[in-house]
Design a protein around this ligand. Structure first.
Ligand code: AHR
Length: 647
């Protein structure tokens, strides 16, 4: 009897081995103990790169609004003189709007008259997007000259006090799409606000310019010229609606900001200095960023928090930790103290009571009386590149100071640390799709007793400016590995998130979401994340893939314990179909019908673009015949999410 039992189990083992030799079997045991999925598992990582904010998410449409982009030249501005009119424009610093915005544009009009205008035109960030039936808010500061004569009575500067005309016009000047007029200009800096409302007959286009014109001679100065379309949730100084909607569809749980390299800057003076990036725009000087263009800093600390509020994301705040990219490291000790204090002040600005704290009261003055809640603070970025090896000491100084005041905060280290145990370590991975597919078990045997993991930047770098289907396959494979370890990996975020696809807009190849002035689109990688993030449970069941060694089939499963939905993710990186048997143990009730969300394409290089935004996009279909053991076939080059009911 014993012998026959033994033999029969050998036979059944041989049969199942033969079965998975032919087709792999994914075994999911719903009766075995599970691991929890981190509630903040997936999120977004962001920094100013590839015109992510200026010319991207930040809805400002005027480029070089404070005339600071290039010394001495009003880049992106042009002068229009109607036949018979005559004028000159130049950037000067003798009439500052504030000490933070020293430059203004001086317009000296020698001759102009009604019908013979002089105009200043801004070309925007690769065009000014204009849509029908839309209200655009233009604001700008103007100061008119008073008449100045020399001793001989010669007029050196002519008074300007007339109203100005403001308009949106087609780039060729042939069409006026919306217009308004200001009150008369006076001799002191004055803020003007006008609404430019387009009609129903306007065709959506980015081939437009923003124009301020005058019909009288005289001299005037302009500063901080701004134009906003309607913004997401109608926020003042807000964000672009189409891009925010794409982010909302990713269901992000957190936002890691403001970098990335952007938090560090090339030099100490170009770091993310939060104290120069809050409050009214005339008091934000902007700065050159490490990605080689100037940032207006219209997206400052409070705007990032507004972004978090709008998408219901937890902030993961990165603070400057005394290291900048050109290998400038501030020595730990007294020299580092001011930067530690900046970080403490930043935390206080965000979290303190508005009545009892100076920094809290400043936040209230800036428009947000209610304190925010913080949980995670990241100390620096990629500090393994600090070849002075000062990070351990710098981290320790930040760690001790922050923990002493805020023991509730979880502190993230960006490189290995010996002298303290960080709560979380940030790991970054930029690879080929193949590199990710080969490393899907990266965290399976990782120490569960040490710091938790934040995969703060990762991406398959294939395709440009946005990634292609092959990258999405590599990303999905990597995500299955992260998901199976979502108890250890408390946070993960792809990078970079954005790219302006216009010539000159990209500094980093392979990005998630692309846009021009008018339209935006998600890459195949974006869709893989939408699929994964919208279909994830709260626990990770025991699972095992039994397959011949040559089979490449990244997989993961999670369960929603409330709805008893079992989510199975499968990736087929190969050029042939792949069948897998899904065996579920420990469920007495499995619904025969489920759903499959599929992302696939004929060619791994296939991709999306402004003109073909949905060439590679997920499709959802019904799946019949689901049972405790059923076969499922994946198309070549495909990512699949299966939603099943099993309890
Ligand atoms: O995502 C682009 C850059 O890659 C980030 O700024 C930096 O952290 C990493 O090296």
């Amino acid at each position: 009897m014993k012998t026959s039992l033994f033999l029969s189990s050998i036979v059944s083992l041989a049969v199942s081995a033969a079965a998975w030799a032919e087709n792999p079997v994914l075994e999911i045991d719903l009766s075995a103990p599970t691991k929890p999925v981190s509630p903040t598992f997936h999120g977004l990582m962001t920094e100013e790169i590839n015109f992510s904010y200026d010319g991207g998410l930040y809805a400002e449409l005027i480029r070089n609004r404070a005339f600071l982009d290039k010394e001495g030249t009003p880049e992106h501005w042009s002068l229009i003189e109607a036949p018979g009119a005559k004028a000159e424009m130049k950037v000067i610093d003798t009439h500052p709007l504030t000490d933070k915005l020293p430059n203004s544009l001086e317009l000296t009009i020698a001759s102009a008259s009604p019908g013979q205008r002089v105009a200043l035109a801004n070309e925007g960030y690769w065009g000014i997007p204009v849509r029908p039936n839309t209200a655009y808010q233009a604001t700008f500061y103007v100061r008119g000259a008073v008449t100045e004569m020399n001793k001989a009575g010669k007029v050196m500067q002519e008074r300007f006090s007339s109203p100005l005309h403001v308009s949106l016009e087609s780039a060729d000047g042939g069409k006026v799409l919306a217009q308004a007029e200001t009150a008369p200009v006076n001799a002191h800096w004055q803020k003007f606000e006008v609404t430019l409302k387009t009609g129903a007959d306007v065709t959506p286009s980015a081939a437009n310019k923003f124009v301020i014109s005058a019909e009288n001679p005289g001299t005037l100065w302009l500063s901080l010229v701004s134009l906003f379309p309607p913004t997401y949730k109608d926020r003042a100084n807000g964000t672009r609606i189409d891009i925010m909607e794409k982010l909302a569809a990713m269901k992000p749980k957190f936002l890691r900001f403001p970098g990335g390299n952007y938090v560090e800057g090339d030099t100490l003076w170009e770091r993310f200095d939060w104290k120069a990036m809050h409050g009214p725009l005339p008091f934000r000087p902007g700065h050159r960023s490490c990605w080689n263009y100037r940032s207006t800093d219209g997206m400052g600390l409070l705007e990032f928090m507004g972004w978090c509020e709008d998408l219901n994301m937890k902030p993961v705040l990165a603070v400057y930790a005394g290291y900048s990219l050109r290998h400038q490291a501030v020595e730990a000790g007294p020299l580092l103290e001011p930067y530690v204090q900046d970080a403490l002040d930043e935390i206080e600005y965000l979290t303190a009571d508005a009545k009892t704290s100076y920094w809290g009261s400043l936040r209230a003055k800036d428009g947000h009386p209610a304190p925010f809640t913080l949980k995670y603070i990241e100390i620096g970025n990629e500090d393994q590149f600090d070849h002075t090896y000062s990070y351990d000491a710098r981290f320790t100084q930040f760690y001790d100071a922050i923990k002493a005041k805020h023991p509730e905060l979880q502190l993230i280290a960006t490189a290995p640390i010996k002298s303290r145990q960080p709560d979380v370590i940030d790991d970054h991975f930029y690879r080929s799709a193949e590199g990710f597919i080969k490393d899907i078990h990266h965290y399976d045997n990782h120490d569960r007793k040490g710091p938790k993991i934040f995969v703060g930047e990762w991406a398959s770098r294939e395709g440009s400016p946005t990634t292609n289907l092959n990258a999405a396959i590599g990303d999905a494979a990597w995500m299955t590995g992260m998901e199976r370890n979502a108890d250890l990996i408390v946070l993960h975020s792809y990078a970079p998130l954005f790219v302006n696809v216009n010539p000159g807009g990209m500094q980093w190849k392979s990005n998630l979401i692309g846009y021009d002035a008018l339209n935006s689109y998600g890459s195949p990688s974006y869709y893989a994340q939408v699929m994964f993030n919208n279909n994830i449970g709260d626990s990770i069941p025991k699972m095992e893939l039994k397959a011949a060694p040559e089979v490449r089939l990244p997989y993961s499963a999670t369960v929603d314990s409330k709805t008893h939905t079992l989510f199975v993710k499968l990736v087929n990186p190969g050029a042939a179909e792949q069948t897998v048997r899904i065996d579920t143990k420990g469920a007495s009730n499995i619904a025969a019908q489920g759903e499959a969300i599929k992302l696939s394409g004929g060619n791994p290089e296939d991709t999306n673009s402004i003109t073909e935004p949905n060439k590679i996009a997920p499709v959802t279909c019904q799946v019949q015949g689901i049972s405790a053991s059923f076969p499922f076939t994946l198309k070549p080059y495909s990512v699949v999410v299966l939603r099943m009911h099993a309890e």
